[in-house]
Every structure is written in C-alpha cells, then in structure tokens.
Design a protein around this ligand. Sequence first.
Ligand SMILES: Cc1cc2nc3c(=O)[nH]c(=O)nc-3n(C[C@H](O)[C@H](O)[C@H](O)COP(=O)(O)OP(=O)(O)OC[C@H]3O[C@@H](n4cnc5c(N)ncnc54)[C@H](O)[C@@H]3O)c2cc1C
Length: 349
Amino acid sequence: MKKSNSQEPLLIENDVDLRAFNTFGFSCRASRLVRVRSVEDVCAVIAHPELGRLPRFILGGGSNIVLTGDVSALVVKVEVSGLELVEAREDAWIVEAGAGESWHGLVEWTLARGLPGLENLALIPGTVGAAPVQNIGAYGMELAERFESLDAVDLATGHTRTLDRNECRFGYRDSVFKREAAGAFLITRVRLRLPRPWQPVLGYPDLASMPEESGNLAPTPSGIFDRICQVRRAKLPDPAEFGNAGSFFKNPVISSRQFRALIEREPSIVHYPLPGGDHKLAAGWLIEVCGWKGRSLGRAAVYDRQALVLVNRGEASGHEVMALATAIQESVFDRFGIRLESEPIVLGE
Ligand SMILES: Cc1cc2nc3c(=O)[nH]c(=O)nc-3n(C[C@H](O)[C@H](O)[C@H](O)COP(=O)(O)OP(=O)(O)OC[C@H]3O[C@@H](n4cnc5c(N)ncnc54)[C@H](O)[C@@H]3O)c2cc1C
C-alpha cells in the first residue's frame, strides 16, 4: 500500500477558493488548507507550531456540507490513498481503503476483483473516510452492515486508534463521529467486511423486480450495480450541473403513539414500520405534499424530480439554501407537527 514519506513537507495553501471542494459549488474561501496523505502528515499538522493551534475542519469530498461563509478554521483535506484486499476469511473478504479514496471508486475496485458486497452503495459521492461519519446508506443497505473497523488519529493526542463497529455507534445516518466524538478523530483507513458467500440485497422497491425482469435468472453483483447507477442517475441531479448534497433531510422516525395520531389525520402518509414499533416517514413525501417540489426561493430550489434534494440553481449562497431549508421545515412542522432534521454539516462564519 502506498504511504507518503514522513519527510515530505506539509502541503499548505493560503486563501483557497472552496468552490471545487464542495458539491453545492459555493464559492467561499478558506484562510488555510492543508492536504494530509498519511498518519505522519496528520501528526505533523497537530505538532505544527502555528497550524497546530488553529481550530480545524476535516474535509473529504465536500459532498455533505453547506458552506454559509468563509472558513477561518484550518481545512484539513484528507488524501490518504490505498486499496487492498487484506484478508480472505472463509466467511468474508476484508478490504482496506485509504480515507481519501473515492467511495464509488472503491465499490468499482471491489467488483472488478470479484469481491462483491458493496454494490448497493454504488455512486454515493465522497470519500471512504467520510462514509462511517454518517453511516452512508442507500438501496436497502448501510455501511454499518459491511463495516469491519477503522483507523483514526485522535487529534487531541496524536495517537492512532482502531475502532470497531460497536465503538463507532452507528445509527441511521449517524455515528459517534457526529455526536460525542465530533471533530475529535481524523479517520485515515477503513476496513470493510464483504460476507461470503455473496447474497443479493433486493429488498428496495427499485430492485425487487430484477429477478422477474431477467427471466428469473439470479441477479449478479454487477447487474445490481448497473441498475442502481441507472436509477440514481435518473433520480438525482449531477452536482456538475446543479450543485447539491444529495438528500437534504433525514427521514423522520416517530413513535407508534405519534404515528397512530398522525395516520388518523393523514391516512395517505407514506410510512415504513420499524422493528420495535417506531415508524419511519418519507421526508420527500412530506415536503412534496407541502407543495415544495420544484419550487425556488431566490437561487436555491427543491429539485423537481426528488423533493428531498435541494439544489443550487447557479450562484446561490449557502444562506439561500439554508433559508429554503428553514422554510420547508416550518411548513412541514405546521402541517404534520414533525421537525425535519437536516443531513449535511453546516460550516462557515
Ligand atoms: C448527488 C449526491 C447523492 C448522495 N447520495 C447519498 C446516499 O445515497 N446516501 C448517503 O448516505 N449519502 C449520500 N450523499 C451524501 C454524501 O455523499 C455522503 O455523506 C458522503 O459520505 C460524504 O463524503 P465526503 O467525503 O464528501 O464528506 P464531506 O462532505 O467532505 O464531509 C462530511 C463530514 O464528514 C467529516 N469527514 C470527512 N472525512 C473525514 C475523515 N477522514 N475523518 C473524520 N471526519 C471526516 C467532515 O468533517 C464532515 O463533518 C449524497 C451526496 C450527493 C451530492
């Protein structure tokens, strides 16, 4: 695995335009940005007489952030590379990836080597290192189901730690890195566990019809990968065309008592029962019913093919997107009494 030389000087840039570093395409500036390619680089930042004292923001691919202004914190851009099959157990393959690798690139890499299991998570933008932060999920699968462990540098001490699944405390689009340990660790490597024998995960509606469509031939990992890429390209805006951060709101989870009261008032509400009695509601449906699909506020808009996605129609600011998000939250709350929680991290002065 390629590791950068600890003797190499730190790659520091001043007054950097972050437009290319966030998928909303907001043109905010960072006073200082440093690229880290190894654990040694991370430790050098911590020990640096000037940089070590600054507040920090860890940046992957910028596909889950909203910049509402210039960033005075030191932006630490994670570029640790490397993809490797580290273990072939009887019941699983263990694959290790550097935190700066592209997540989708990792999915393609595993499939090309006959190591299936990540195909449902195809085409999610961003880096491998950010995937555990919000426990990425799509098409009936969450990262937690394929997670083995990760290495991270404790930014207070400079020590490297390995965290297993329990220590990461994964939840729905959630982990310890968004809560108790927010900003405390820089993830450098992630190990994924790909179960053997491979079993297709076809529970999601867009995939359930695959066996019939193929004349009941068993679905293959690459068939599922292709289908998911096709569906995602049709449903989601390409950030190169309309800046966005994917789903802007989490699907709300409510108790069975709240649900019973709600369904009486709103019998057509889209919902999914969860084990334990709670119900998950479709945030996109709530937004659509409130009349927001396709609507704009200033230069920010709700995507016309998917109400869960907010887009930059061109030169919008992070404040305009947040104003739209707030207006949506208020109207969903007024009608349903449910507070939508936003998914991306908001950053700026
Ligand atoms: C078109 C589109 C579709 C999307 N679809 C999905 C989807 O289906 N499912 C889904 O779950 N998400 C989806 N997303 C959201 C996004 O792709 C994921 O959240 C992704 O994991 C973010 O990766 P990133 O590298 O861009 O992280 P960033 O946006 O750079 O960072 C996100 C957070 O992670 C932290 N972070 C980043 N790297 C590290 C690291 N190495 N160590 C510690 N902390 C770190 C940052 O500080 C920040 O708090 C979508 C986004 C877009 C634009």
